[in-house]
Design a protein around this ligand. Structure first.
Ligand code: 5GP
Ligand code: ZN
Length: 113
């Protein structure tokens, strides 16, 4: 999508602090970190939010979580981590391109705000 911030980051048109990249996914550090470790995982393909996912995306989602497991291991997040995807206005989604927040290295409160 031409006017999407994360499509531009995925295409390398806007720089990001990349952690991992392959044909389908990109992981990069959040510009406004909410925890000592806070990165985002996005599909390179434009998907608006988790509300648009279907069974056809099962492999993509498995890949997302496998990459998250590997990256958190590499970053030494043995104490655990949280994966969050905000959906729509009430869910607090500000960028309308599916992304998974990964937060770690501090104790995270529950329930979230
Ligand atoms: P949302 O609020 O949609 O769940 O999350 C969007 C996230 O993208 C926010 O945590 C915000 O800090 C991050 N973000 C927004 N613009 C940029 C950017 O240009 N670069 C990076 N690395 N992160 C961004
Ligand atoms: Zn996009």
């Amino acid at each position: 999508m031409t006017d999407c911030l994360f499509c531009k980051i995925a295409a390398g048109e806007i720089p990001s602090n990349k952690l991992y990249e392959d044909d389908t996914l990109l992981a990069f550090y959040d510009i406004d970190p909410q925890a000592p470790v806070h990165f985002l995982v996005i599909p390179k393909q434009h998907i608006e939010s988790a509300a648009s996912l279907t069974e056809k995306d099962a492999a993509l989602l498995g890949h997302v979580y496998a990459v998250i497991a590997r990256l958190t291991q590499q970053l030494g997040c043995a104490g655990g981590y949280r994966v969050v995807t905000n959906v729509g206005e009430d869910g607090g989604q500000s960028v309308k391109h599916l992304h998974f927040h990964v937060l770690a290295k501090r104790s995270l409160a529950w329930p979230p705000g």
